[in-house]
Structure formats: structure tokens, C-alpha cells
Design a protein around this ligand. Structure first.
Ligand code: NAD
Length: 313
């Protein structure tokens, strides 16, 4: 069997970021609007700091204004809620992201509630989650939206497909299950207590691994020809260095799957691109403007590589 098609998340994300930049340029030229994204970082977790810096750079490249607010790790919940209240009232800010995890003394649910549905560009507010599950237009969590774009880049018609999502977090697994259901898939949401996971996965036309367990999904778990999306980002010490690996044993899975995302270079780049898209959509919706056309279009379906021996160049 031919090797799986690698789904190039980096290329898709670059294309999406360029469409976001086009949409920002259109908004500025026609309506005098520059979308703005505020990031709130509490404490000095080095990984969180890197994420926030990457988001800032991505905003700048797309022409989106970015505002960073840092609070000390011992900040009280009232201080964080106070800052969010200020950002909610700031006309330059269309989206507020609060970098998770938050220090122990702060209840993330109260913070997400305080952001409110209109400036919730992460799609974590209960109202937006509810809208997602009843299939109404809403703000979709970035990683889940990115996974759907990656899937649709190789499979346009998903109706009737059997989809298995491994991992039920509210950040990835649950919103992705809602999106797949909306795309008329038959969805199974698996988790750490699921019995017979390998056999369940083997029935999946679409297999999404979002468990945060390095190399959990083996080649023998994959239905031949399936589309496999690897959300996992795991830092694993290998031979004296730390390497990033996903939740799927990619090298082996390539021999069975039809298409698969690499780690890194698959889901990760799409998450930030989708965040930028959400910021621009929030800027439009808050002002009663229609969603920019540049952001509605689906990415083109990638052509699979020719079979071995065919069309030799
Ligand atoms: P989480 O810890 O909140 O949730 C993990 C889920 O996996 C849970 O529902 C748990 O029940 C399930 N699970 C754990 N072990 C399992 C097992 N052995 N079998 C079946 N299910 C199991 O994690 P999360 O925030 O959803 O993130 C999951 C992974 O995705 C992590 O590696 C994270 O770094 C990565 N992630 C990547 C991106 C990205 O942009 N690429 C974004 C978010 C998360």
C-alpha cells in the first residue's frame, strides 16, 4: 500500500494567515477598523510566555493590533476580573484571550464567563459552547476549527463518515465532536475510561488523537485509508534531547493511513491561524458587519501524491 499523504498544516496555516491579512486590509480600507486582540498572562510560566509572544507576532504579521497584559503569579481573582472588565470596555479590543493554565487561586470558569461571549475569541464561553452544540453560528475553539480545516483539505464530503475523537477536553475533543456531528459524521468521543479503544479506532474513517499521550495510537489501531489528525504535543526526552512527538506513532501509521498530519507542522500552526481568524470575525460581528468573504472560503482539497511508479519525473 502507498504511504499516507502528509497533510501540510504549515502550508494551510500560511494560506489562512494571508487570507486573514487580506480581510484586515479590507476592514481597515472600507470601514477604518483595525481588529485588536488582548492577551492576559498571569504568572511567569515559560511555555505560556512563549505562546503569548508567538500570538503577538502572528497578530502583527496579519495587521491585527495586540495588547499584552501581565499580572504576577500571586494576583487575586478580583484583580484578573478587574482587568478583564477594563478590556471588555476597551473599544480597541475585539478579542480577549486569557492564557491557561491560571494559578490555583483563580477559577478559570469565572474568568471565561467574565470575558463574555462577544470578545471570547477562544470559543470557551458557555453561550458560545451552547451555540456550537445546537449548530448555530458561533465562535469555534481554534484547535477544533483547525482540525476541521485539515480534514476538509483532504476530504470535502464527510457525511456518513465514522469519526473517533480520542480525548474529551473542553478545549479540543468536545468542540471537535460537535463540529464533526455538524458535518454529518457518526461521532464517538473516547477518553481514558473507554474500553476497547484499539478496536474502536480501527472502525474510524476519521481518527483524531487528542489525549496528550505520546505515541498512544499504533498503526494497528488505524483503518486502512483513514484520515488521521494528531493533535498531541508531547515533549519526550530521546537520546539526551527533548523532542516533540504526537499521540500517533506517525512513521508506522504512514503505512496504513490514507492521510495524516505530522507533529510538528500539523495542527499546531492551524491553531494560531484560527485564533487570528476568530479575532477578525469578532471585530466584524461586534460592529454588525458581515463576515469577510476571504475568511469564509474552505481551503482547496489537496491532490494525493501519485501512486508509486506512476508519472515518474
Ligand atoms: P487534557 O489533558 O485536557 O485532556 C486529555 C483527554 O485525553 C482527556 O479527556 C482524557 O480522558 C483523554 N485521555 C488521556 N489518556 C488517555 C488514554 N490513554 N486513552 C484514551 N483517552 C485518554 O488535554 P488537552 O488540552 O485536550 O490536550 C490534548 C493534547 O493536545 C495535548 O498533548 C496538548 O498539548 C495537545 N494540544 C495541542 C494543541 C495544538 O494547537 N496542536 C492545542 C491544544 C492541545
Amino acid at each position: 500500500m502507498a504511504e499516507a499523504q502528509l497533510i501540510d498544516g504549515q502550508a494551510l496555516a500560511t494560506a489562512l494567515r494571508s487570507r486573514v491579512a487580506d480581510a484586515v486590509a479590507m476592514l481597515t480600507a472600507r470601514h477604518g477598523v483595525t481588529p485588536g486582540l488582548a492577551a492576559v498572562l498571569v504568572g511567569d510560566d515559560p511555555a505560556s510566555r512563549i505562546y503569548v509572544r508567538n500570538k503577538q507576532r502572528a497578530c502583527a504579521a496579519a495587521g491585527i493590533g495586540s495588547f499584552e497584559h501581565e499580572l504576577p503569579g500571586d494576583a487575586s481573582e478580583a484583580e484578573v476580573l478587574g482587568l478583564i472588565g477594563t478590556l471588555r470596555g476597551d473599544e480597541r479590543v475585539d478579542g480577549i484571550i486569557v492564557q491557561l493554565p491560571l494559578p490555583r487561586q483563580i477559577d478559570p470558569r469565572r474568568v471565561i464567563d467574565a470575558v463574555g461571549p462577544d470578545k471570547d475569541v477562544d470559543g470557551f464561553h458557555p453561550l458560545n459552547i451552547g451555540r456550537l452544540w445546537i449548530g448555530e453560528p458561533t465562535v469555534v475553539p481554534c484547535t477544533a476549527e483547525g482540525c476541521m480545516m485539515l480534514i476538509r483539505s483532504v476530504r470535502r464530503d464527510l457525511a456518513g463518515s465514522s469519526a473517533v475523537v480520542v480525548g474529551r477536553s473542553s478545549v479540543v475533543g468536545r468542540p471537535l465532536a460537535a463540529l464533526l456531528l455538524d458535518a454529518d459524521c457518526t461521532v464517538t468521543l473516547a477518553h481514558s475510561k473507554t474500553r476497547g479503544l484499539p478496536a474502536l479506532c480501527r472502525r474510524a474513517d476519521l481518527l483524531i488523537a487528542a489525549a496528550g499521550r505520546p505515541l498512544l495510537v499504533k498503526a494497528s489501531w488505524i483503518k486502512p485509508g483513514a484520515t488521521v489528525i494528531d493533535v498531541g504535543i508531547n515533549r519526550v526526552p530521546i537520546g539526551g534531547t527533548v523532542r516533540l512527538v504526537g499521540d500517533v506513532d506517525t512513521a508506522a501509521a504512514m503505512q496504513v493511513a490514507g492521510a495524516i498530519t505530522p507533529v510538528p507542522g500539523g495542527v499546531g500552526p492551524m491553531t494560531i491561524a484560527c485564533l487570528l481568524r476568530n479575532a477578525v470575525l469578532a471585530a466584524c460581528r461586534r460592529r454588525g458587519l458581515p463576515d469577510p468573504e476571504a475568511l469564509a472560503a474552505l481551503p482547496p482539497v489537496m491532490e494525493p501524491p501519485p501512486p508509486d511508479g506512476c508519472c515518474a519525473r
